[in-house]
Design a protein around this ligand. Structure first.
Ligand code: FEC
Length: 312
């Protein structure tokens, strides 16, 4: 019997391919409005400052997509899964991924985003674009909206918290404050009853419980530099408050909103937050990113297969 082929549109934020593409990338993020020379320099400087290559997100996404295809075909041999990349702000764009599936003769597909939490401004945006292109090409596509409490995701994050707690030599667990973090969004999402903040808290609570961490809280990071208010408190302010009001000396950051090593982790946390912590006399560590962790690949494989099997 021939296997049914399912296309999987694996969507991720996207990153430039080289320094001379930063302007086009930034312009796309800003919905077609080019950044000023000063804004462009500031972003280029951040890319140049991070370790692990200028654009690690590209290679990490490539690896996640091929690891997911391998995992899906191993765990669900009754189907033939073919994964296609679709990036939000860089090539191959979400629309290119849908078009490539249609060209290859795929008629049935599932879309999943490499970000576990749903917001109308994040995952909702990816889904909207994929849906529009799929309608145009006649592809039937369903979507995974979120997977914030999948047991394998919680296990993978818990293992990382437990491992990173060991980096504070000689410090008892209760002497370490765990900060779960995620990308901030404009505050206006609260008026829309957006599930993003609640889903992030669900992940944080589940990991803290499983790791037996009592002293934890949530902080936002990487807010945009715009005049409109963004969700807070920002992680840099939280560090100041913790030092000033509670004399906290050890902080472990677990960025639950991200799944890869990229700019927002390697710069905003490893450089900016660590610099701030050093100024305050705080020892700050970060949990390792999920990247291609088999538990994360299993999470994605499971939620994609469930969507294929879902009736109705
Ligand atoms: O490594 C890289 O090259 C890319 C790292 C990167 C990731 C990422 C993830 C998220 N973002 C989210 C929301 C916004 C909103 C804006 C916004 C702007 C930027 C800029 C850069 C950037 N983001 Fe990002 N984001 C990454 C990088 N992001 C660079 C532009 C300069 C700056 O503000 O720093 C504001 C513009 C807008 O309104 O669109 C909002 C969210 C995520 C996590 C979910 C996801 O991965 O999709 C939410 C990675």
């Amino acid at each position: 019997m021939t296997k049914k082929t399912i296309g999987v549109l694996v969507m991720s934020y996207g990153t430039p391919e080289s320094l001379d593409q930063v302007e086009a990338y930034y312009t796309h993020i800003r919905r077609g409005s080019p950044p000023s020379a000063e804004q462009l320099k500031e972003l280029t400087d951040r890319y140049e400052a991070i370790v692990g290559g200028f654009f690690p997100l590209r290679e990490n996404t490539n690896q996640q997509v091929s690891a997911l295809e391998e995992t899906l075909n191993r765990e669900h041999p009754e189907y033939e899964f073919r994964c296609y990349q679709g990036l939000k702000h860089a090539s191959p764009f979400i629309e290119d991924g849908v078009e490539a599936m249609a060209k290859d003769g795929i008629t049935e597909a599932v879309g999943v985003v490499l970000a576990p939490h749903y917001s109308v401004m994040s995952v909702g945006g990816y889904i909207k674009r994929a849906k529009e292109k799929a309608e145009e090409t006649g592809l039937s596509i369903r979507f995974v909206r979120s997977y914030q409490t999948h047991p394998s995701l919680i296990q993978a994050l818990t293992e990382r918290v437990e491992k990173a707690l060991g980096l504070f030599e000689g410090v008892p667990a209760k002497g370490i404050r765990v900060l779960f973090s995620a990308h901030s969004l404009p505050e206006k999402i609260l008026e829309m009853n957006d599930p993003y903040p609640e889903q992030l808290l669900e992940t944080a609570k589940a990991v803290a419980e499983r790791a037996g961490v009592e002293a934890w809280q949530f902080a936002w990071q990487s807010a945009g530099r715009t005049a409109t208010p963004w969700l807070g408190p920002d992680i840099l302010d939280v560090l100041e408050t913790l030092k000033r009001e509670e004399a906290v000396e050890n902080v472990l950051v677990c960025p639950v909103g991200f799944v890869s090593d990229h700019l927002e982790v390697l710069y905003d946390l490893d450089i900016e937050a660590k610099r701030k912590a050093a100024e305050l006399g705080i020892h700050l560590e970060r949990t390792e990113s999920l990247n291609t962790d088999p538990l994360y690949m299993h999470t994605l494989s499971d939620v994609v297969a469930a969507e294929v099997e879902r009736k109705g």
